[in-house]
Design a protein around this ligand. Structure first.
Ligand SMILES: O=C(O)CCC(=O)C(=O)O
Ligand SMILES: [Fe+2]
Length: 262
């Protein structure tokens, strides 16, 4: 984990000409580096640089720093295994067979994205945000950070600082867990604030269904519970595309697939 944070720091400190070049417009490009969230769509930028790399089902990696490839391969595999274990437990907690979620959402070709975030010190932190309030699109996001706080999560309408323990992994629930569980698990609303002293680095590993899976509330769950599906079915790829092509705005994308008055 430490090595991943160090190598990410190295990446952000590379001369600009050594960083991967890409068109920020294409949100499904497997290696993207940029500022804010989607600078092609935003009027106000976030105080943040990011590197996003699709690491599963196909592994991609920037060429520099050279140490990144091996570390990232190991880190994405280990975090994927951890997510697999969580997902099997979640499946059972919903009264489903252990592998139901893995099979239905085709997790053998799950989309896993590395998101490295770099938040430099900001002279007027009260006027800026690192990342605005949002929920993540996948099932689970595993987050690590250098020891500079900044992540906040919302609970019962109030914002709380997450004071992560050293060497800990924070697990955030994502929109597709909420959809599959028909709202039994809620995706967590979170944001990143900035400070005027230290650079903060965080690494989020998002773990979702496979891109071509059409996700809806689990039919077995709905049947067992005798309730109605509370979300409309949507292909994960379309969901991702739509969420990433609009400014981040709370749970607005999830609300678009939520069946109202249910
Ligand atoms: O930097 C953080 O703590 C949050 C990052 C985040 O929410 C994201 O990359 O989706
Ligand atoms: Fe997030």
């Amino acid at each position: 984990m430490r090595a991943m944070l160090d190598v990410s720091n190295e990446f952000f400190n590379l001369p600009e000409e050594e960083k991967p070049k890409f068109e920020p417009k294409d949100v499904l490009e497997p290696v993207r580096y940029g500022t804010s969230f989607n600078s092609a769509k935003e009027k106000v930028f976030c105080w943040r640089d990011f590197l996003k790399v699709f690491v599963h089902p196909e592994f991609h990696c920037p060429h520099k720093p050279t140490a990144l490839r091996e570390l990232l391969l190991e880190y994405c595999e280990k975090t994927r295994n951890l997510v697999r274990k969580l997902v099997r437990g979640i499946s059972e907690s919903l009264g489903l067979e252990e592998y139901e979620l893995v099979k239905t959402l085709n997790l053998d070709s799950s989309l896993q994205i590395l998101i490295a975030n770099y938040y430099p010190p900001c002279p007027q932190p009260q006027l800026a945000l690192g990342m605005p309030p949002h929920s993540d699109h996948g099932l689970f996001t595993l987050l690590i950070e250098n020891q500079v706080g900044g992540l906040q999560i919302q609970h019962k309408g109030e914002w709380f600082n997450v004071n992560a323990l050293p060497n800990s992994i924070l697990v955030n629930t994502g929109d597709h867990l909420e959809i599959f569980s028909n709202g039994k698990y809620k995706s967590v609303l979170h944001k990143a604030i900035v400070n005027n002293k230290n650079t903060r680095i965080s690494i989020a590993m998002t773990n979702g269904p496979s891109l071509n899976t059409i996700v809806s509330p689990s039919s077995k769950l709905v049947e067992n519970e005798g309730c109605e599906p509370a979300y409309i079915p949507m292909k994960y790829k379309d969901y991702l595309f739509s969420q990433q092509n609009n400014p981040l705005n709370g749970k607005s994308m999830l609300n678009r697939v939520k069946i109202q008055n249910n």
